[in-house]
Design a protein. Sequence first.
Lengths: 406, 244
Amino acid sequence: MTAAMLAEAWVAMGANRLRTFLTMLGMVIGVGAVILMLAVGQGAQQQVEASIASMGSNLFIILSGSTTSGGLRMGGGAAPTLTLADAQALEELPSVAAIAPSSPGTAQIVYGPNNWSTQVIGTTPAFLAVRDWKLAAGFPFTDSDIRSATRVALLGKTVVTNLFGDEDPVGKTLRIKNSPYMVLGVLAPKGQSLDGRDQDDTVIVPVTTAQRKLFGTQFAGTVRFIMVQAESAAAMPAVERAMNELLRQRHRIREGADSDFSVRNLTALANTAAETAQVMSLMLGAIASVSLLVGGIGIMNIMLVSVTERTREIGIRMAIGARGKDILLQFLLEAIIISVIGCLIGVVLGVGGALTVSEVSGMAIVITASSIVMAFAVAAAVGIFFGWYPAKKAAAMKPIDALRYQ
Amino acid sequence: MDGNADAVIRIEQLYKEYLTEAGPVPVLKDVSVTVEPGEFVAVMGPSGSGKSTFMNILGCLDVATGGRYVLNGRDVGTLDSDQLAHLRNQVIGFVFQGFNLLPRANLEDNVGLPLIYRGVPRGERLEHAREMLAKVGLGAYNRSRPNQISGGQQQRVAIARALVNRPKLILADEPTGNLDTATSKEVMALFTELNERDGITIVLVTHESDIAANAHRLVRLADGRIIYDGPVEHAAPELMGSTA
């Protein structure tokens, strides 16, 4: 019987094609908008999450304090208060997974006829683990390179492109501030950071090399910042307390006095960014859902008109033996078919639209099966919800009244 | 149960009133009729005599205010709307003045429509429908639409639809009201054939005496009461007129 009902619904929809199409259009636009907005929102969310992951997980950054010189307060990291010895001491704390003391600076790098100014970070081998950074080629430097302050370097992708072009840089020698450095390896590309910097535009050298040979600070053994990775997110508060305590003790800071360093929880910042992206994604979805609702009301509107127009037909059907539930099913099926077909077209247009958007604007998009399944479920629910009232109205007619209707 | 247990229609002291703003208006008062299987009954009466209401109640499209109506052994007053729909589907075939075919569906779909509500599969449904169309002489028009054939042909399609569930009773409400004399005769010949050859009970409302003359029994209503119930041929000429 349902097969017969489906066939009848199809015929009824075909009888007024323009109207059926316009009714469907509401659903098409609603579903298309939801799919498109979810794709864009989730794309943005995923991009943020990827940036966060590229930063490394469960991270703290300890910055040395600021100095005041002639009434001018320098920014954080200007005072040479953190040392390699501090870093070694921090490594002994429980729940600390890795430590990377770092001394960054900027230097001109030359290879053959090419030169390039970039950020040079002096650090320890643990830096790669902390930042979750892989090598695309070659090998990392080791602790023995730290001890003997050898002139070796790891190059970011952008640096390689600018200095070497298509040439393989591993094993070649380039010049940083006119001293020769051997390229040990190439870092895997990481892309943009959360604030839009190119993370691949960087060179990594042993921290001792940076301190003694490259940037030559007058305070031997100091570093600008120390990156600390906790073993787990749960251990982070304890680690933060322990680090503060240890460093204050080592720096002999009296009770109540300001620290000469600051500890920042990078993960908390990252989580805020991720939450923002998620809220944005939800907002986009919610706004698009409104158009789905409007599409549903359109269906109800047309179904009500259709029930009134076909009152006589309903009467005929009842006279020859249709029960109330048969009439109900007939109109409900019609509403569901309209919304489901509209949904199908909407999915196609939404996915197409999302692909076009990413093609044209380069925005990241994510189309998940779950968003399509959800769109389908919502479309069917809209069909049932908004089709129910008109169908019920049709089914509740008295046969004699329906038959007499002119 | 009395001796009339086998009657197709047994109506006892039927009473029907409509509620209007001016209060209840009685339309049928104390109507009692029994129709046996195989009878061909014409119902006549002037406008406002209650014959349309009478037919609607007979067809289970409307319910009486009082009295008892037993159709094919079932007391209609005790049935719910689904059971009434079942009765309309299985026991009664309707033929209306305005044909009441579905304009969008072709003839075989129109004729097969009652079978949908009995859950008959499509193949079987169309087979029955074509058989019935052939029976009313329209076998060549299976795929036509109602607006492509004449009024007389449309009424024959409606009769085919009424027959498709092999009903015991056909209720025809002014079946020739929209037809010219020649096609009226054709349609009445078809009714006569169904009655005489297939033994189907027919109750027919009309205001034309020559149409009523096809029946065997005449029931005449006036002002909500039966004023004549007997053989057509014994009816006084003024009882056969439309405005007695």
